[in-house]
Design a protein around this ligand. Structure first.
Ligand code: GLN
Length: 278
């Protein structure tokens, strides 16, 4: 079968199974070992028997709901490839906007000034370390996630210091200037797509009865770890959590400027607090 026909057929099947259609193209590029341009060039070629068999085996897994990132073992984030598996959340494009905002707003940060809470794959910590050229501290409660994040930091040459622990408990007092987190924020009981619920760690997804548990916990303990000249706090949030998380921040830091930023889809996605005078 020609590559173009295989791709069309695979996309049709994924669409009727209510799966992410773009997974077909990703998987095909991986099987053929080409990027998008390489795929375009080869569209009218025939697939070899081996290629077709490899494609088909993975395609069945996609149809069953497995994320394409798990087939490939990697996911792109901020222009780099991160190893992912069932122990970590697959980094999302929305989180790239958190990185962009933080990179644009921090000033003169040094090693260990920044902490990323709940690092998962290490996407945020590794990216901030590489973009800003500093060592970033990070925490996760999952030893398995830390193992993945450590491999990502090593593979990408990032300088990351890992703490295994619950939220800020292992972070020294008065030591942090920039606090960043994309904590688990889904409400308990919310029904998720099978590709998410069946394959991504629930520990990384659910944030207690109202989804806000980790914001409350982190913000409550943040006063202990932030130093007097702290710069900013930035959280990724669920689309309906902006106002409440912003109010938690402004109650705790009445002197700070707080705000909500929207993502590319026009949904509330980031809440921040910036210390006055910064
Ligand atoms: N910090 C990681 C990310 O943004 C993991 C987040 C999480 O597991 N909730 O991808």
């Amino acid at each position: 079968m020609r590559i173009a026909a295989k791709l069309k057929q695979a996309e049709r099947e994924l669409s009727s199974a209510n799966r992410d259609v773009s997974a077909a193209e990703w998987w095909l590029m991986h099987v053929l070992g080409v990027d998008r341009t390489g795929l375009l060039v080869r569209l009218s070629d025939e697939l070899t028997t081996d290629e077709e068999a490899t494609f088909q085996a993975g395609f069945e897994r996609l149809l069953a709901g497995e994320p394409v990132q798990h087939l490939i073992g990697h996911a792109p984030f901020y222009g780099r490839m991160f190893e992912v598996n069932r122990d970590v959340l697959i980094p999302r494009p929305e989180t790239e906007e958190l990185i962009e905002w933080v990179v644009a707003h921090v000033r003169d940060v040094s090693d260990d000034d920044i902490v990323d809470i709940g690092t998962g794959s290490g996407a945020i910590a590794v990216t901030l370390s590489l973009e800003l050229g500093v060592r970033v501290q990070t925490v996760d409660i999952s030893r398995e996630a830390i193992a993945v994040a450590r491999r990502n930091a090593a593979a990408l040459g990032a300088d990351v210091f890992f703490h295994e622990g619950d939220c800020l408990s292992s972070i020294a007092a008065d030591s942090i200037r920039v606090l960043v987190s994309n904590p688990p924020y889904i409400e308990a009981g919310e029904l998720l797509d099978e590709t998410v619920a069946g394959y991504e760690p629930h520990l990384a997804l659910f944030g207690g009865a109202d989804g806000l548990e980790f914001y409350r916990k982190i913000i409550a303990d943040s006063m202990r770890v932030l130093c007097a000249d702290w710069q900013l706090i930035a959280f990724e949030i669920g689309y309906n959590q902006g106002q409440v998380v912003k109010s938690y921040l402004s109650e705790r830091y009445p002197e700070a400027e707080t705000g909500i930023l929207k993502d590319i889809n026009g949904k509330d996605r980031i809440v921040y607090a910036v210390r006055e005078g910064i």
